[in-house]
Design a protein around this ligand. Structure first.
Ligand SMILES: NC(=O)c1ccc[n+]([C@@H]2O[C@H](COP(=O)([O-])OP(=O)(O)OC[C@H]3O[C@@H](n4cnc5c(N)ncnc54)[C@H](O)[C@@H]3O)[C@@H](O)[C@H]2O)c1
Ligand SMILES: O=P(O)(O)OC[C@H](O)CO
Length: 337
């Protein structure tokens, strides 16, 4: 297969390397918008900024050419930018005949004056700006560094189109990377977005040394609120028991490689949000989508107390030390509702 990966951050680069190592012999073009980064990656055969020390396989080429021109000759196009750049990337890909899949996990962060809507999931953005694309998402519990090193990982390819699911499996399924298929794109995207917000909460919890009981409670009740939102948006409940729901929540909420979890840990140390974000050097999607998760939930009448506490914390309306009191002080409730 000819695979084009648009975006050379940590995750796009790791997946491009994984596909280029396939014994079947895919040819993979990794695109970056920054000409200097393109030249650097071509010279070093590494992505020194995002995955230093890991060599590119021979079947991986680096390009700064026009994305649509690259995409037109591909069998599969991967959009590997953060959520904030998805809309512009999909606009640029209008008319692309190949299957397209994005990797970003979030809701759009801001009101979009030209679209008249806000807080969209990725497939909703696609329906708005490029409805003719045959598209889907690749998600699941996966730290880029581990995939780049070929460590065992399982992902989920979600789309309403079998063509997209099949292309993602053919491109990435390998002895070190299992790719499962799911047609519930709403559920897969909600899981990938909300787990980032919940990982900020568990990072905060661990940074404040609240204990393992507290962390288990946050993860479990977080899964409940993620599921409530997903079901209200049309997802299947079972999807939240899978890789993109519980799987990614457990990984991100407990793994110190997570940027979102690290934001919570840094806030617990007394850093400001800006200091925490600046020190990462990578995108932490939960910071940008927490408010929109809360807005969409409120619009649907879905109760998401952990998300609301994270929003209050990020907005500076709640001190780290007071967040636990807010959550523990709520009225008794039934576990299943
Ligand atoms: N890193 C991971 O382990 C991982 C795993 C699964 C999913 N994801 C998701 O994948 C997405 C990308 O994450 P990442 O880790 O690669 O981010 P990153 O911070 O490592 O890199 C982001 C990349 O996107 C590029 N970019 C930003 N805006 C752009 C634009 N307008 N046009 C083109 N390129 C642009 C940046 O230059 C950078 O190369 C996020 O939504 C993240 O949640 C990341
Ligand atoms: O580093 P994070 O918090 O963006 O998480 C990375 C991946 O989404 C984990 O699956």
């Amino acid at each position: 297969m000819k695979i084009v990966v648009l975006g050379a951050g940590a995750w796009g680069t790791a997946l491009a390397m994984g596909a280029a190592r396939q014994p079947g012999g895919h040819s993979v073009a990794l695109w970056a918008r920054d000409g200097q980064q393109v030249a650097d990656m071509q010279a070093r055969r590494q992505n020194a900024r995002y995955l230093p020390g890991i060599d590119f396989p021979p079947a991986l080429s680096v390009s700064g050419a026009d994305p649509l021109a690259l995409a037109r000759s591909a069998d599969l196009v991967i959009v590997a930018t953060p959520m904030a750049a998805l809309r512009s990337m999909l606009l640029a890909l209008r008319g692309c005949p190949a299957p397209v899949a994005w990797l970003c996990k979030g809701f759009e962060a801001v009101a979009s004056a030209d679209s008249g809507s806000y807080g969209l999931l990725a497939h909703e953005v696609c329906a708005q700006v490029a409805p003719d694309l045959i598209a889907g998402v690749l998600s699941g519990p996966s730290f880029a560094q581990e995939v780049a090193r070929g460590q065992p990982t399982a992902l989920v390819a979600a789309s309403r189109h079998a063509l997209v699911r099949d292309a993602l499996v053919a491109a990435f399924h390998s002895p070190s990377l299992r790719v499962y298929a799911n047609d519930d794109i709403v559920g897969v995207e909600v899981g990938g977005a909300v787990k980032n917000v919940l990982a900020i909460a568990t990072g905060l919890c661990d940074g404040l040394n609240l204990g393992l009981n507290a962390r288990a409670a946050l993860i479990t009740r977080g899964l409940a609120e993620m599921t409530r939102l997903g079901v209200a948006l049309g997802a299947r409940p079972d999807t939240f028991m899978g890789l993109s729901g519980m799987g990614d929540l457990v990984l991100t909420a407990t793994g110190d490689l997570s940027r979102n979890r690290r934001v919570g840990l840094l806030l617990a140390q007394g850093q400001t949000l800006q200091q925490a974000v600046d020190s990462l050097g990578h995108v932490a999607e939960g910071v940008y989508c927490a408010r929109t998760v809360a807005q969409r939930a409120a619009g649907l009448g879905v109760d998401m107390p952990i998300t609301q506490a994270v929003v209050a914390l990020l907005d500076g309306q709640l001190a780290s030390a007071d967040a636990v009191g807010l959550l523990m002080g709520r009225d008794p409730a039934s576990e299943l509702r």
